[in-house]
Write a protein that binds this ligand. Structure first.
Ligand code: PLP
Length: 308
């Protein structure tokens, strides 16, 4: 694990020192819909010294011959990065279609494969499909077709296949994603930006620059010069006014499972510093302008009450 920068994504300056002979994958996370510094990450895994350090331990790792990059793009469906869309930037990109994400299938996700030669993308796709259904070479529909009842189990897989009913919900949403859902999310985020930009005690999230555009998944507001306790008090006050806010995220070293592995929050000061003063304001397409304005008023008044 390495620390983040102030844009809440992985600090690429810390990556090289964290790479050992055991490193097989780098797993950067696009927080709030803001893509990581993929140009730099892709450069690092292709550096001569880093490739020389890489110790392949499986057939796939031998074929790749370097560290794999898997982007956690759970938040960043539709985000743009230097003229490309998230999904095409790394070897593997994983989108979440969980209920709280920009589009949903209730549960589920989507994986984009951009593996280089000699990988065949269709072969990798078929292999992943086998994993989702117990390593079984036929699904129920294929077995139903005349003469198709025989099947095989090729390896012990998982049972994580996306039901057709759920997929149909996702398909309906993705058709209107660019023209409607994403546009509506963006207008909520920009309204927050306009309403809050003149308050010096707020640090606004990055949404767009010359090369990058967010997918507007979260509005990760940060408040300058407050403690974690003060942030929690502001959240309590905001919730009293009927506004549901959240915090993204509790740094992993603060969670029991990671503490048990020996991780220490003190080693990730930027993550802690940003977490302790962060409040995510709600974004969803149906949030009206009046509601967005009300949320801003509530947050400003909570700040004034607790801090001012
Ligand atoms: C939601 C989320 C996930 C997990 O997605 P699931 O579809 O629930 O597995 C992973 N990473 C981030 C950053 C998320 O917000």
């Amino acid at each position: 694990m390495v620390d983040i920068t102030d844009d809440l994504t992985i600090d690429t300056q810390l990556i090289e020192a964290a790479i050992s002979e055991k490193t097989k994958v780098i797993f950067p996370v696009d927080i709030g819909g803001w893509p990581c510094n993929y140009n730099r990450i892709n450069e690092i895994v292709r550096k001569k010294g880093i490739i020389e350090k890489f110790k392949a331990e499986s057939e796939k790792q031998i074929s790749l011959g370097r560290i794999l990059v898997i982007a956690d793009a759970a938040h960043s469906l539709g985000a743009k990065y230097h003229g490309s869309l998230v999904g095409s930037l790394t070897d593997i990109t994983i989108f979440s279609l969980h209920a709280v994400k920009n589009i949903t299938t209730a549960e589920g996700g989507a994986i984009c494969i951009c593996l280089p030669y000699p990988f065949d993308i269709n072969d990798e796709y078929r292999l992943m499909k086998l994993y989702t259904l117990n390593g079984q070479n036929k699904d129920a529909y294929q077995k139903l077709k005349t003469g198709g009842w025989k099947y095989d189990i090729l390896f012990p897989g998982l049972k994580v296949n996306l039901p057709d009913v759920c997929a149909s919900i996702g398909l309906a949403q993705i058709r209107k994603y660019n023209s409607q859902i994403l546009v509506d999310r963006k207008s909520v985020a920009l309204r927050y930006q306009r309403n809050l930009k003149n308050y010096k005690f707020f640090q606004l999230p990055p949404l767009q620059d010359d090369n990058i555009e967010s997918s507007y998944h979260l509005y990760a507001l940060r408040i300058n010069d407050i403690s974690e306790i003060e942030r929690d008090a502001i959240i309590d006050d905001v919730i009293q006014s009927g506004v549901s806010v959240n915090v993204h995220f509790i740094p992993l070293p603060m969670l029991t499972a990671f503490k048990k592995l020996g991780y220490d929050t003190n080693d990730y000061p930027i993550a802690y510093r940003n977490y302790s003063r962060e409040i995510s304001l709600p974004i969803y397409p149906q949030l009206s302008e009046a509601e967005t304005d009300y949320i801003c008023e509530v947050v400003i008044s909570a700040y004034n009450k607790i801090i001012g």
